[in-house]
Design a binder for this molecule. Structure first.
Ligand code: CP
Ligand code: NVA
Length: 333
């Protein structure tokens, strides 16, 4: 059997075709069904992977850990402190060391360049677990969830509210362009994705029939949407000083029941998580004390509503990440 993914890195969806993304999603659905049926699938017994995290994580870290264990592999976790990487040792040297001990490397951190260097020099598959620019494994989980809800991706009206030039805004736009979806970024103009990336996505859209548009108008952006998506207004790695300005800019784009009503009763609400939907977190409470807001990017009402699929989406991180590891590590027979 051939395996077109074997040995490849998973750094951005830009590197994958529409068919390849569909193939990864089908594989994830199969692995999910197997796990639900309690059927073991351990084709990678004896292999070792290392998870490099320069930033915090719940879903991504646990999905890689559990996914690797499910497939029969051993896992090493290296957090923001405790390794030499980047402090006393270059990324290029780290890549060449880890590539001699491990069969796969996951990286979450700041620069896309770092994950690219790891991919270039380690000699083993490298998976992007989030950088400031992209979060490609999240998109696979989001798209698997949309397929489970609507049966397809092509033609889905997808609207992203909030900071549309962060890693999620960028990656969702790329994914939507690749998969022939109708993508709308609804945000203040200075938070739209950068022009170079937009042009790339527009070119892809011409081939797939996707539609990409931008609006500052909340009513226009949400009208007829099948999916309403949002993410945090301040991403990991950004300084605390941007909170004030971001809240002022993005509060009109908070996903609330009016937006969901305008989208329609069949629309679903999605969020990559973690989400600030009430005051029950340290940051949520701090922002309430400073700015008097009960919730940020999404209201409690929408987050907890029957239209919200955020926990199914979170579970799908496991199945899709497992598919990426499986596809890139399974030797062709
Ligand atoms: N969505 C996501 O990447 O979550 P974590 O930050 O918990 O990994
Ligand atoms: N944009 C967010 C995504 C978290 C999963 C961040 O980078 O913090």
């Amino acid at each position: 059997m051939t395996n077109n993914f074997y040995g490849r890195n998973f750094l951005t969806l830009l590197d994958f075709t529409q068919d390849e993304i569909s193939e990864l999603l089908s594989l994830a659905a199969k692995l999910k069904a197997k796990k639900k049926a309690n059927l073991e699938c351990r084709p990678l017994v004896g292999k070792n992977v290392v998870l490099l995290f320069e930033k915090d994580s719940t879903r991504t870290r646990c999905a890689f850990q559990v996914g690797a264990n499910d497939l029969g592999m051993n896992v090493t976790y290296l957090g923001p402190t405790g390794s030499q990487m980047g402090k006393k040792e270059t990324i290029k040297d780290t890549a060449r060391v880890l590539g001699r001990m491990y069969d796969g490397i996951e990286y979450r951190g700041f620069k896309q360049e770092t994950v690219e260097i790891l991919g270039q020099y380690s000699g083993v598959p490298v998976w992007n677990g989030l950088t400031d620019m992209y979060h490609p494994t999240q998109i696979l989980a989001d798209f698997l969830t949309i397929i489970e809800k609507f049966g397809h991706l092509e033609g889905i009206n997808f609207t992203y509210f909030g900071d549309a030039r962060n890693n999620m805004g960028n990656s969702l736009m790329i994914g939507a362009a690749k998969m022939g979806m109708n993508f709308t970024a609804c945000a203040p103009k200075d938070l739209w994705p950068n022009e170079v990336l937009v042009e790339k996505c527009m070119d892809i859209a011409k081939l797939t029939g996707a539609n990409i548009r931008f609006t500052e108008n909340v009513t226009e952006g949400s009208k007829g949407a099948d999916v309403i998506y949002t993410d945090v207004w301040v991403s990991m790695g950004e300084p605390d000083s941007v909170w004030k300005e971001r809240i002022e800019k993005l509060y009109p784009y908070q996903v609330n029941s009016k937006i969901m009503e305008n989208a329609g009763e069949n629309a679903i609400f999605m969020h990559c998580l973690p989400a600030f939907h009430n005051r029950d977190t340290k940051v949520g409470e701090e922002m309430f004390e400073k700015f008097g807001i009960e919730a940020m990017e999404v209201t409690e009402e929408v987050f907890e509503s029957s239209q919200s699929v955020v926990f199914e989406e979170a579970e799908n991180r496991l199945h899709t990440i497992k598919a990426v590891m499986y596809a890139t590590m399974r030797e062709p027979k």
